[in-house]
Write a protein that binds this ligand. Structure first.
Ligand code: CMP
Length: 138
């Protein structure tokens, strides 16, 4: 089915100038960019975005990292884009992310792992709503 998903280059990826490389991979795959912006996330937005991890011991670290510099937030559309984008991102744990995936090619740490992608239809809808207004999407 045609889906939309929320993807975000994290502060480490922006600092390392990987935005173009990452956009390029999803474009070449055949997905369609529906919206994008470079933004500095507020602490309030970070806490909402990561609400499901609120009780985790690393929650503070997560919020601190994602607000440590600008992120590149995107909405992408395409056939099964939610799960396919996650395949292209690779596993969260860099010890398990395969070469050829974004994390497999560009990250060595669990927390600084270059990219975020929604993991389900419900989280895609929620995260797009948190980061984008209707008039920012084509
Ligand atoms: P992501 O899946 O985008 O969202 C949750 C993030 O939590 C995940 O990426 C990791 O970067 C991060 N994370 C998961 N486990 C840990 C951990 N043990 N310590 C620090 N960060 C973690």
């Amino acid at each position: 089915a045609i889906q939309t998903t929320f993807l975000m280059v994290k502060p480490d990826g922006v600092k390392r100038q990987l935005v173009g490389e990452i956009v390029d991979r999803f474009e070449r795959k055949g997905f369609e960019l529906k919206g994008a912006k470079l933004i500095q996330i507020t602490e309030e937005l970070a806490k909402k975005h990561y609400a499901e991890h609120a009780e985790r011991p690393f929650f503070g670290e997560l919020v601190e990292f994602i607000t440590s510099g600008p992120v590149f937030a995107m909405v992408w559309e395409g056939e099964n884009v939610i799960s396919v984008a996650r395949l292209m991102m690779g596993a969260t744990n860099p010890a398990e992310s395969a070469p050829g995936t974004i994390r497999g090619d560009f990250s060595t740490t669990l927390s600084h792992n270059v990219i975020h992608g929604s993991d389900s239809l419900a989280s895609a809808e929620r995260e797009i709503g948190l980061f984008f207004n209707e008039n920012e999407l084509v």
